[in-house]
Design a protein around this ligand. Structure first.
Ligand code: GLA
Length: 389
């Protein structure tokens, strides 16, 4: 029988099988391009979600977390009936790990009766609601742990696809695959340059520290949710634009196609299209510039990306604009909002010596504007999902 309602955390004598973790991510550049089959350039960060997995001798899965007193337990065989149709019966945070378990069973074709039951205990230091992919971290940790313990043998790209399916169908957020790929494929000091059509990924050294730079995250504390509202509307506008242009996805357009697009579509759709098409080009330019000249040379591309999101895609909010403008005025090499938008965090590439001054300037600007105090911290490009013990 399905126990979809939260139940108190159960204890078990079964042996602990191990601990796995997966990171959150920052997107350096390439926003709302992933579901348009385009290019993105994110990196995994040192903030991670960990899961302690313990096998159990029945065919049930229990998920518990330090941020919710109640665990949720269901029969593995019931996952297929719960997702996606009856997902509302599961408390929201538990849809991420249970959805990942469901998507993993689906992707591998494994019979739920043939794998051991599991207890999964989560803890995380990835800021939630900040646009740093706390959800991809929980999906990635779950998928990596179960893939190993159930002996399924899926590779990292397949595990990222499992995470994305959980996000899309078990949670109901119509996102692309960037976050899960970044969390799975991250490398220390490197970014993941990803073609979201072929899913080919290249590891590109970022070289921030050798260039005397730090990457600052400015979490505005304005929360967002991509399962509601604006994100889906932007996605629909992109699909409309591609259909008008007669291409499978906006990836298939270049900046040279924009004058024709302007003639064929209404102003709002055109500006959505222009953001995506120019953003794809900025990703390609950022990777080429980084390789040729180093990270200091990409500042203007970060700035241009923000302007495009603010004016054409219209996904920024005043707090994000203030963080970006203030960081730049205080000497940042470049700055932009990161992630899906409508809140969350902005990033700034800053000289190491200017980190305190930029931080102070942004905090002061927020106080002067009467905004909630931002959370400002540096991040380091870090390793992707892994087994820790
Ligand atoms: C969210 C989604 C990603 C991507 C970004 C915008 O983070 O999860 O798939 O679409 O927004 O670039």
């Amino acid at each position: 029988m399905t126990t979809a309602a939260p139940t108190p955390a159960a204890q078990t004598d079964a042996p602990t099988a191990g601990t796995w973790s997966a990171p959150g991510r920052v997107n350096l550049i390439g926003e709302h391009t992933d579901y348009n089959d385009g290019f993105v350039f994110p990196f995994a960060i040192e903030y991670r979600t960990s899961v302690r997995l313990t096998t159990r001798d029945d065919a049930r899965i229990r998920v518990a977390s330090t941020f919710d007193p109640d665990a949720v337990e269901v029969a593995l065989a019931d996952l297929a009936a719960l997702f996606p149709a009856r997902r509302d019966e599961i408390v929201e945070w538990a849809r991420y790990p249970l959805g990942a378990a469901w998507a993993l069973l689906q992707a591998s074709g494994a019979d739920p009766a043939s794998v051991p039951g599991v207890d999964l205990d989560f803890s995380s230091d990835v800021p939630v609601g900040a646009g740093l992919s706390s959800s991809a971290a929980i999906e990635g940790a779950t998928a990596a742990a179960l893939n190993d313990v159930w002996g399924l043998g899926l590779d990292r790209v397949a595990l990222a696809q499992v995470g994305r399916r959980a996000e899309n169908e078990a949670v109901g957020a119509p996102t692309g695959i960037m976050d899960q790929m970044a969390s799975m494929l991250g490398r220390a000091d490197a970014g993941t340059f990803l073609d979201c059509r072929s899913l080919e990924a290249q590891v590109v050294e970022l070289g921030f520290a050798p260039a005397g730079l730090a990457l600052l995250v400015m979490d505005t504390k304005v929360t967002h949710a991509h399962s509601t509202g604006g994100y889906g509307e932007r996605r629909a506008a992109c699909e409309r634009g591609a259909a008008i242009m007669g291409v499978p996805a906006l990836r298939d357009l270049t900046p040279a196609d924009l004058p024709r697009a302007a003639e064929l579509m209404d102003d709002v759709t055109f500006r959505r299209v222009r953001h995506v098409v120019t953003e794809d080009q900025r990703v390609l330019d950022a990777v080429a510039t980084l390789r040729a000249e180093g990270p200091r040379a990409i500042g203007h591309l970060l700035d241009a990306s923000h302007v495009s999101m603010r004016d054409d895609f219209e996904i920024s909010v005043p707090e994000l604009d203030l963080a970006v403008d203030t960081a730049r005025a205080a000497g940042a090499v470049g700055a932009r909002m990161t992630g899906g938008g409508f809140g969350g965090a902005a990033i700034a590439l800053v000289d190491l010596g200017l980190v305190p001054a930029v931080t102070d300037a942004v905090e002061k600007a927020f106080a002067d504007a009467g905004y909630t105090a931002p959370h400002i911290f540096t991040v380091t490009p870090s390793e992707g999902a892994r087994r820790d013990g």
